[in-house]
Write a new protein. Sequence first.
Length: 318
Amino acid sequence: SSQGHSKKKSRKHQRFMERRALLEQKGLLTPHGCLGSQTPEAGLEAHTTLTTANGTTAPRCDTVPKPKRIFSTSLSPDASPDSIARHHSMLLSQGNGSSKKVRMSSLVLRPGKYVAIDCEMVGTGPQGRLSELARCSVVNYEGDVIYDKYVQPELPIVDYRTRWSGITKQHMKNAIPFKAAQAEILKILKDKIVVGHAIHNDFQALKYFHPKDRTRDTSQIPMLKQRAGLPIRANVSLKNLARHLLHKKIQVGCKGHSSVEDAQTAMELYRLVEVQWEKKLAHSLPPRPPSPITDPAADSSEYLDDQYWPTDLMASSL
């Protein structure tokens, strides 16, 4: 009986090899691949496999149509801002249901890619005319606070500007030095798409310049002004945009502004027109060369690139 079982097994193996040769000839199986492996052209469909008598699986011999080309709805978390914008534009061009796809694609990136910022300033220098950072708040795409600290200016405070800033002498007791705050904040903003209202004032207070293609200034987005029924060329305050488009009141009372509330409001406004605004930016962005292959193990938080080293130090090290 063992000999009969062996012959039966041998015939089964022979049929298996014949089927495998046929599949290879049809291009449905790679010559040196394992069972179940297929070429991309075959379309990796679950129904293309069948079960043999001994429980193993092999691809069917039926002709499998090539799958329609579809674009991935996800991007790498390391995708550059312009590639995000182009991806939004590409999805929008695909027709019905594209807005939902755009939302899905962005969700992969938002937690680490989008932040909104707002700063409160106090007056220093002669007659308190200089504006220095006294509080900075940063929120993520969902409006959750990821940074909110009071900052001690480098010069003595002459005017707390409490009516607008909300800053008092009491707040400065636990404030951290400007340099320490600056280092913490810039680490958060690095490689992010930063949203804000009249955001150049915040960057000026931080003594920092953020790349233009990664900046989203809600005071400069015409679509927001159009939706609010306001002149495109007009300088519209965050307070007015929030009242017209979000139907909420901010910056009320005499206790000053809340930088957390202002940052959250800027992000809400951006999200109202995000897809349309990113599509418009995608068309205006210049062509960008392919990104070089980088080492994924490299720590992006380290500023050790040659471009950050002083010229004289570089020369002395050669």
